[in-house]
Design a protein around this ligand. Structure first.
Ligand code: UN1
Length: 510
């Protein structure tokens, strides 16, 4: 399938828009922009970025829609989400292919990302019948106490280029069944996948007579994100991206007493113990480090390896790296595609020079690939550096396939190394010894939001709460009880007695 056929099948062959209020594409945005593919450097298509006027229109439509949508019974909202999942099933391959072409991840990962959208739709459909509260016992006779959950209002979703569609769906599908309306600002590096999604969803919204403004789309750069984060009419901002971005968003949103969910940087480590199953460990480490070309927030960036197996493990991993195929991610046999753009390549090169400057030793050299098939200038070699754990560069996140090797002798030391970075998203231990895995999972173990045993750091399932601690931002998205972040909690006390006893034993007689 060529690009033209792909865009046709997704209804985006002639885009004269970029902003949608769910049902309606706003065609009067004036600024044009291009989406480039890092796969071949070509312009995929032109689109329009949202004007301030259209931004305001979107928010007004969202507020109107909220007043209607919040009155729909939650299971009816769930039924709409179920249909969105069905519509996505029909476009799984095509949308996955566009994700791969626009973002640069492998076709399998692109399709896997759409699968994750389908899964969260199924999950949210079931959840729509389970938005339950708790009851508790009142200290007063003839009183009943319980908690209930109400929709918040307008949810602004700012997503990153690396998961251009899945992370939006984790937020939007859960927020929708909770009774909210959503405004999506995708990364300006991946606008087309978002526009294609909106087209898929629009058919479902139309069929169900959903009010205009339930699921809206903006397109634009930082300014557009700032309109959203500064806007008092937007009750919750869920933002995925760098720690620097999250620090700003968090500040702005909290200063207006809005709510935020932040899913920021990771600096994820795998501890490889002396008793690890090396076959599992090698595959997990390689996939964790080079999957999505090292551009997941869950990417494995650090390996903390027991000294007794260090050399053996290093030999095997270096050998595995030598077998990696880098190239067009749409060709199935390639393991790794390009970085998102030339800026990312610059950052990758800069980090390698800092590693060397700070005393790290490259055991698998990096570099930019050139020649036939690499014309976009975005293809780099995955590399490995042997480092001391306390180097400054090891404590920062570079969104690229750069892996740090370090040695440890006892598990407490390994856990300290694992925890000593400012980020706290994902972590893993490779061991066949239950004592070691339990220590790692205990409160004396990993300080991350995600802790895995005999699994790499990436590839979390949608059923769990996703997010992390420290500079990762503390937010949780997707499964478990993350839905509570998209609702407001109300504590209710009902007096069904014929008296008015006051709490804390206070008597007040008139
Ligand atoms: C991200 O990189 O922002 O766990 C999300 C994973 C994916 C999600 C990553 N399911 O690797």
């Amino acid at each position: 399938m060529n690009t033209e056929q792909l865009l046709n099948s997704l209804n985006i062959s002639a885009i004269n828009h970029g902003t949608a209020t769910g049902l309606v594409w706003l065609n009067n945005d004036s600024e044009k922009s291009n989406s480039y593919s890092p796969v071949d450097g070509n312009i995929i298509a032109e689109y329009f970025t949202t004007s301030e006027e259209n931004y305001n229109l979107v928010i007004e439509k969202s507020l109107e829609a909220f007043n209607v949508w919040k009155l729909w019974p939650a299971p009816k909202r769930g039924e709409v989400v179920r249909q969105i999942g069905e519509a996505l099933r029909h476009k799984r391959e095509d949308l996955g292919r566009l994700v791969s072409y626009e973002m640069g991840k492998s076709l399998q990962e692109g399709i896997g990302e759409v699968q994750e959208m389908i899964d969260i739709c199924d999950y949210a459909t079931g959840l729509s019948r389970q938005l339950y509260g708790m009851t508790t016992h009142s200290e007063r006779p003839g009183h009943r106490m319980f908690e209930q959950w109400h929709p918040l209002g307008v949810v602004g979703i700012i997503s990153a280029f690396n998961f251009p569609v899945a992370v939006w769906s984790w937020n939007a599908m859960i927020a929708l069944v909770c009774g909210n309306v959503c405004v999506w600002k995708p990364s300006e590096k991946t606008p087309l996948t978002a526009i294609a999604c909106q087209h898929v969803i629009k058919t479902v919204l139309e069929k169900n007579n959903i009010p205009e403004g339930v699921l809206s789309l903006l397109n634009g750069n930082r300014i557009c994100g700032e309109w959203l984060t500064n806007d008092k009419r937007v009750n919750l901002i869920s933002a995925t991206g760098s720690t620097a971005m999250g620090r700003e968003v968090g500040k702005v949103v909290s200063s207006r007493f809005g709510k935020s969910i932040l899913e920021l940087g990771g600096n994820n480590a795998i501890i490889v113990c002396e008793d690890a199953d090396l076959k599992i460990a090698i595959t997990a480490c390689v996939f964790g480090a080079v999957g999505t070309a090292g551009q997941r927030c869950t990417t494995t960036r650090r390996l903390i390896i027991h000294s007794s197996i260090y050399e053996k493990f290093k030999d095997q991993l270096v050998k595995a790296y030598s077998q990696l195929k880098i190239g067009n991610p749409l060709i199935q046999e390639n393991h790794m595609g390009p970085l998102i753009d030339k800026d990312a390549v610059e950052k990758y090169l800069h980090t390698i020079s800092l590693i060397k400057e700070q005393g790290g030793n490259m055991i698998v050299e990096g570099g930019v690939l050139s020649g036939s098939g690499f014309e976009s200038g975005c293809y780099v070699k995955p590399c490995i550096a042997e480092v001391s754990h306390d180097l400054a560069i090891v404590k920062t996140e570079t969104f690229a396939p750069i892996l740090y090797f370090m040695k440890y002798t006892d598990l407490d030391e390994a856990i300290n190394i694992q925890n000593e970075v400012p980020q706290g998203l994902s972590s893993a231990i490779m061991t066949t010894d239950i004592r070691k895995s339990e220590l790692f999972l205990s409160h004396a173990g990993s300080d991350c939001g995600i802790a895995n045993v005999n699994i790499g750091t990436s590839g979390a399932e949608i059923g769990g709460a996703f997010g992390g601690e420290k500079e990762t931002g503390g937010g949780r998205e997707s499964g478990s009880d993350s839905w509570k972040s998209y609702m407001r909690r109300q504590t209710v006390t009902i007096n069904y007695s014929s008296k008015l006893p006051l709490a804390q034993g206070i008597s007040f007689e008139l």
